[in-house]
Design a protein around this ligand. Structure first.
Ligand code: GDP
Ligand code: IMO
Ligand code: MG
Length: 424
């Protein structure tokens, strides 16, 4: 049962795309199991950079089958645009298929995402405005349309008309907006999208199981991250799906016993984009330096990310939540110029030392980080390819993270390029 999960241990943008691309060379199949085009995964090969959102990060390997699983929400316009961009870059995309059970993002989902954020005012979540939350909400309400509905125009229109009547009433009465008509949506989704997508629509659960039964290597690629998880993240400042390892079971249709490796991707410092608590956030020139050197601006939205010191309380919790077998520490190179580096080892909550993630939102908002300070290394590490080639202080830093979180470190990132990776 050679199934591997790659997921984020923080608030996203840890470098999941990079690791997935590296490991995909040894895989037969890469499957996305949740999220949608709110993800932005970057793959750097030589001088070339590729950015994928819905397409799994195994796409650069023509022999690897790339599967968008049932747990993903698919904006088909974005997906087709992404495929066209990849093809224009000379990347074959005939190895990409989409689950017929994945839910569709429709134009009113995008509109409602924007309007609802505006309605929240100061309490806004800072979503990616792509309709992710509204599409998952409709899935839970059981009024979502699925990719398979594109195959049957009569059923598509019937389902659409039922739900659209309700959406149009909300848009008109609450937001004073005109909803798109059923004809407009059908023209786009049935007239243009369905013919383009049809050859790629599959029974993804069967496909995954056939691969596993044949002893093939299957990788499940997480989007977003542990602390953006709908159940386990910093609710309500989370996304609307389950990026944690457990999400693979529902979002790809496998039982937990298939999974034998869960790799947590963890940035050597911490970033977050959008609202929500962030105990180790920096508001000084050290934080600005991390953002500038790390190019911490959203891949999709261009938003400036927030940055702070590494948080071991979070990593320990991520180890528990995901049964992490090992971790990939990325962007170690960004810490290189620093004289000393702080790591949060516990929180102080109302004078009490807390070593585990507080379950109560108010405690997390009050949490003051307790730091240990480690020496920096002050030298460029971009050319290191083995542990021995890293300066002792850089080596000690990553091993400290692994030891204190009780998890093995398998890889260290020393630059964005595929090869700028140290395997331990
Ligand atoms: P993902 O969403 O988890 O796939 O991560 P993103 O692609 O959104 O953000 C990670 C960014 O860091 C991308 O621009 C990567 O090219 C870059 N990156 C990944 N690993 C490293 C690394 O080890 N060092 C540096 N300097 N950049 C890295
Ligand atoms: P990858 O896969 C970082 C954040 C948004 C917002 C919250 C909810 O590239 O790591 P949503 O649009 O999902 O309803 O927004 O989640 N968010 C991400 N932050 N990386 C991502 O994906 C994210 N996907 C969503 O900024 O705070
Ligand atoms: Mg990203």
């Amino acid at each position: 049962m050679p199934a591997t999960v790659v997921l984020g241990t923080q608030w996203g943008d840890e470098g999941k795309g990079k690791l997935t691309d590296i490991l995909a060379g040894e895989m037969d199949m890469v499957v996305r199991y949740q999220g949608g085009h709110n993800a932005g995964h970057t793959l750097v090969v030589g001088e070339r950079t590729f950015a994928v959102r819905l397409v799994p990060s195994g796409i650069l390997h023509p022999e690897v089958r790339n599967v968008i699983g049932n747990g993903v929400v698919v904006d088909p316009t974005i997906l087709l645009g992404e495929l066209a961009t990849l093809e224009a870059q000379g990347i074959a995309t005939d190895n990409l298929v989409v689950s017929g059970n994945a839910h569709l993002i429709l134009p009113y989902h995008r509109e409602m995402d924007v309007l609802f954020e505006r309605h929240l005012g100061k309490a806004k979540l800072g979503t990616t405005k792509g309709g992710i939350g509204p599409a998952y909400a409709d899935k839970a309400l059981r009024v979502g349309l699925r990719v398979q509905d594109l195959l049957d125009p009569k059923i598509f229109r019937e389902k659409l008309e039922v739900v659209l009547a309700n959406k149009a009433a909300i848009l008109a009465k609450v937001y004073n907006r005109l909803a798109p008509t059923a004809d407009e949506i059908c023209d786009l989704y049935l007239g243009e999208i369905a013919p383009a997508l049809e050859p790629r629509i599959v029974d993804s659960v069967n496909l995954v199981h056939e691969a596993l039964e044949a002893g093939q290597d299957v990788m499940f690629e997480g989007a977003q991250a542990t602390f953006l998880d709908l159940d386990h993240g910093t609710y309500p400042f989370v996304t609307s799906s389950n990026p944690v390892a457990g999400g693979v079971c529902a979002g790809a249709g496998i039982g937990p016993r298939h999974v034998d490796r869960v790799i947590g991707v963890t940035k050597a410092y911490l970033t977050r984009v959008g609202s929500g608590p962030f105990p180790t956030e920096l508001f000084d020139e050290v934080g600005d330096g991390l953002i500038d050197r790390g190019h911490e601006f959203g891949t999709n939205t261009g938003r400036r990310r927030r940055a702070g010191w590494f948080d071991l309380v979070m990593l320990r919790h991520a180890v528990r939540l995901n049964s992490l077998t090992d971790i990939f520490v990325t962007k170690l190179d960004i810490l290189s110029p620093l004289e000393t580096i702080k790591v949060c080892v516990a929180y102080d909550v109302d004078g009490t030392r807390v070593e585990h993630m507080p379950y109560h939102q108010s405690d997390l908002h009050k949490a003051v980080p307790v730091y240990e300070e480690l020496p920096g290394w002050g030298t460029d590490i971009g050319d290191a390819r083995t542990l021995a080639e890293l300066p002792a202080a850089a080596r000690d830093y990553v091993l400290f993270l692994g030891e204190r979180a009780g998890v093995a470190v398998s890889y260290v990132g020393v630059g964005p390029e595929r090869l700028q990776t140290v395997a331990l």
